[in-house]
Structures are given as C-alpha cells and as structure tokens.
Design a protein. Structure first.
Length: 354
C-alpha cells in the first residue's frame, strides 16, 4: 500500500480515497488503508513541508506522534501511521463531562517527552489528540511546531511544552465540555518558579504510554456484522397528511357609494344698471308756460330736438355696446343736432319718452 501511495499524484489520491478526515489550516488528514495521508494545500512551501515532517519524526522517536513514512515534496503530501479516532470523538461518545485522569496523565507525560525531544508542538487544539486501537494517546499536527532553542527556554523555562502546549490543551478541552484542573494543578505552579513537576501524575502517564521506542499498537478495526445478524431497520410511521383547513369565504364586496351629485351653481342674475336721466328745467318750464305748443305744430321744435339729443347723450354714456362716430363736425347747431339724431337712429338707440 505504501508503494502505491508513493507513486500517486494529488488528483489520484483525491479520487481514490474518501477524503472526509480532519481538515486543518494547512491541509486535510484522511485514512488510506493502514496508513494516514495528510494532503497539504498546493501553495505549501517545500521547506515548511519537510520541516513539519522532520519535527514530527523527532516527536515520534519519543513515542509522542505517529511515524512519517514518506514525504512527497512535489505532490505536497506525507504518509504516516494511522490512528483510530480523536479524543473529542471518544469523549462525546462516552459522554464525558470531565477529562478522565488516565488521559490527563498521558497528556502531561507527552508534553514532558516533547521537551526531551526538543520540539514545541505549539498547537493545543484537542482535535490534535488522537487515540490508537488500544486507547493510547498521541499528539499530531506539527505545522506550527518549532525546535526548542535557548531563546524559547529563556522565555518559557526548561519545560516549554508545559508552559505553552499543555496550557493551550487545558483551555480548549474546556470549550468541548471536558473539565480539567491541569492548568491550576500543574501549569500555574510551574509558571511560578519554572521548576514544578507533578511526579505522581507523570509516572502514571509514563506507565500508560509505555516505554520510549516501543512500536505503535496495531489498530484493530471492528468488523461490520453480517446482514443476517443485523436486525431489520426500524420503519418509522409516516405522519398522517395534514388536515386541509377550510378556506375562508371571500370577503363580501361592499357596494360603492354613488358619487355625490354635483349641485348646479345658480346663475347669477345680472341686474341692469339704472341710468340717471336728468330732466332739464327747460322742459318743465316749457310745459307749464306753453302747454299747447306741441299740438299747434306737427314738426319738432328746436328745444325738443335739443332735449332728445341730451337724453340720447345720457343713453350713449351708459351704453356698453359699439359707439357711434360723429361724422358731421361743421355746420350750425341745428344741423349738427339733426346729424347726431340720424346717427343715433342708425345705431338703434332708444329714446326715452319721459
């Protein structure tokens, strides 16, 4: 199987296996037979890929991580020993509320072994804690790992993984609902003087991990039971169809009110303006003095003509229609009066008989 994996390309690996494993920031880890493959992103640099594999093998020499068997710098993947499940999966399946003491002891012992290997794992995600088929704990994923230098020792003390990696695991395990007191009982005491060691818990963890250099336990996968032994699947009763609700009758359309009848506006009555007709004094005087003058002569006298002209002039001033034009401007007074009278008759002006 290892030889076939070495000859595969990225596309062949992706099409040949069910890539449903742990997806990290740098790549995806999935199962390939008895091995595990970590397929990195295509942008991963070769130097970082090789450094990660080297640091993981340093940790594997102390029994902390699975051994890396092959590194493909061109196709960007590594092949390592396969493990069974994460500690998170086991804790959820077993309904943990606190981290069991045996796993707390193994975690502490693994951090102490990393210090001895000269590697700081530097990524305390609980998904990086995995178990083999016998329940033995390992730490995977060394993408952020560093070699322990004098600068790190000066900053973190002689146990940098206790100061940094174990502290991070303690906090993140609580986020998954696994309470623990590793921070208070170990990390805080160590950070006080950089010399504290819980020897009792360490010895228990070393016994559970086994001696350094021991081969990894073989993962024994449980066989699926035969179809004859498996009970038939439970058939869930189908829910009855929902009862159709009666539709509400459509709302009764209300009759629209007829539009208001437009009231006719009353026609304004135009009243005729009264004309002030001034009665000259000469008329009254002539009537009193000569009551029989009109009967004696058949023709109009000059005074009557003047009176008619005056009345016509008053009517002309109050008349709003077309005006007459006096064409005769020369002649005697009588001639002009007669011309004006003819002009009034032309425009059909009414002469009052008052």
């Amino acid at each position: 199987m290892l030889q076939s994996l070495k000859s595969m390309t990225r596309s062949q690996i992706e099409s040949s296996f069910d890539i449903s494993g742990k997806k990290g920031k740098e790549g995806t880890t999935f199962r390939a037979g008895e091995y595990a493959v970590k397929l990195f992103k295509s942008t991963k640099s070769k130097a970082k890929l090789v450094l990660e594999a080297d640091l993981q093998n340093l940790a594997a020499g102390y029994g902390v991580a699975p051994v890396v068997h092959y590194v493909s710098e061109k196709q960007k993947f590594i092949v390592m020993d396969a493990l069974e499940e994460t500690i998170v999966d086991k804790g959820r399946r077993d309904e943990w509320t606190t981290l069991p003491e045996e796993y707390a002891a193994q975690l502490y012992a693994l951090c102490k072994r990393l210090d001895a290997a000269g590697v700081v794992q530097n990524d305390g995600n609980p998904l990086n804690l995995m178990l083999d088929g016998n329940g033995r704990l390992y730490i995977i994923d060394y993408g952020f790992a560093k070699k322990i230098t004098q600068k790190i020792i000066k900053k973190r003390g002689p146990q940098p993984n206790v100061d940094l990696t174990l502290w991070h695991f303690c906090r993140q395990l609580r986020h998954y609902g696994f309470a623990n007191d590793l921070k208070e009982s170990i990390v805080d005491k160590y950070m006080g003087d950089n010399s504290f060691v819980d020897q009792k818990l360490l010895d228990k963890g070393e016994i559970l991990l086994g001696p350094i250099g021991a081969t990894a336990a073989v993962v024994v996968r449980k066989k699926k039971p035969s179809s004859a032994a498996t009970p038939p699947p439970m058939v869930r009763k189908k829910k009855p169809p929902p009862v159709a609700r009666k539709k509400k009758p459509p709302p009764v359309a209300r009759k629209k009110k007829p539009p208001p009848v437009a009231r006719k506006k009353p026609v304004p009555v135009v009243r005729k303006k009264k004309t002030n007709r001034a009665r000259p004094e000469s008329e009254s005087e002539s009537d009193e003095s000569n009551p029989d003058d009109s009967d004696d002569s058949g023709e109009e006298s000059d005074e009557e003509r003047v009176e008619v002209a005056r009345r016509s002039s008053a009517q002309r001033k109050s008349f709003k229609g077309p005006r007459y034009v006096q064409h005769v401007k020369k002649g005697t007074l009588g001639e002009r009066i007669q011309a004006r009278a003819k002009s009034f008759k032309k425009y059909k002006l009414h002469v009052s008989k008052d």
